[in-house]
Design a protein around this ligand. Sequence first.
Ligand code: KIV
Ligand code: ZN
Length: 502
Amino acid sequence: MAKVKVFDTTLRDGEQSPGFTMSTAEKLRMAMQLDDLGVDVIEAGFPIASDDDFSSVHQISKKVRRPTIAALARANPKDVERAGESVQSADKPRIHTFIATSDIHLAKKLEIGREECLDRITEAVQQARSLVDDVEFSAEDATRTDLAFLCEAVRAALTAGATTINIPDTVGYTFPEEFSSLIVTLFNEVQGLNEAVVSVHCHDDMGLAVANSLAAIRSGARQVECTINGIGERAGNASLEEIVMALEVRKDLTEHHTDINTESIYKTSQLLTHITGIHPQPNKAIVGRNAFAHEAGIHQHGMLKDKITYEIMTPELVGAPGTQLILGKHSGRHGLNNRYQELGHELTKEELDRAYKFFTILADQKKEVLDEDLLVILRHGARKGASRFYKLLELDVNCGSDLSTAKVKLSYSGVSKEGVAKDHGPINATFSAIDVAIGKHVKIKGFEIVAATPGRDAVGVVNVKARINEKTFAGRGASTDIVNAAARAYLNALNKSEQSGS
Ligand code: KIV
Ligand code: ZN
């Protein structure tokens, strides 16, 4: 098994993207976590960029001892000198110097020719080697560089003493097969390259950063440059967690491994989120909120039988909280029953059927049905099996002006009834419309609304006491819409009176 070094650039390429700026203390905390994660190299910053950047690299070099600490420098004497100073106290210091090699960058950005570019490579690498033993050279925009010139640039860096040669896909331009053949060509054309470590550094402009990195590894690259949560310039860098887990999960396909302690992946991702306040997108592989969440009924059924059906790695393997079976409108009876069991309720088939009916109504109203909602369902109907004579089919309410207008459609033992009324307040108007529909006037003796679950989309439970034919009946209804809950409570009281024969 060939080892692939993990070069983490969260604190340099990641930090330089919008919104991800970190203080020196935060970078230090992150560097300690990266150490715990097991990365081989931490690129701690770009020391010439600012005093803060210098200080972060300097502090990290003093305090984080196991990994190599790299400092970035353009290929010029001042940058290289400052980078050398910043990593002086590291146990394993590295200077990472770079210059663009593509004609586009040489002509339009640097305004120099190829010869000058080669001279700058030689001088920068030699200077860096006079300061530290471990020198990495990067040919910026390598994938848009003329291949013959790229070989020359790499030869110059090797001759000057570079120990790692990095081939960046700076603008996320390449395709896996193309990148793979570029790496193979370099090994074939540049003598002595296999004595150095070939590294790759891919950006995600077309969503190919991880695929390109994996292709390069399979063609001989032995270092990958990546970031936690894939943060970085523009669309980001290759995501560390995705590369590492791809190699881990598909051991059958590849001979390569990293020394990453995979159980620390989620914690590291969370720390970065905590520090920057920016969450990875919910569907982000490995560390996104939904990475181990299943909502579809078919998937939940499979997961309950055997997790292997829909999970190619366990959440525990990356230190993420366990698999989540989210109860929403796509969930089925199996998922619901399982959650009730977890909550300590064994439901009979009939109870489950009833609970499922309530659940589907609620799931249409809410994105996610919470445990509290399920308990409300149990308390308000699923266990009691109240046979409903009146059923609410439609409710339309207009309120906000002087009088509210309510229009209801009910079914009464299969027969549909409608009523419209205007009254003070939407609930009052709804009760009046129900009265019109059923042809009775019912007196309300008690009325109460309580929020039974937390949040803006809380389930409201309405309790009413209705006086029907000289008797008082308590009715309850629950919904995220309190007018709807009130209508249900009212009908529940009416149905109780029907059941009692009043
Ligand atoms: O994307 C890039 O080319 C870089 C280099 C400095 C390695 O970040
Ligand atoms: Zn980059």
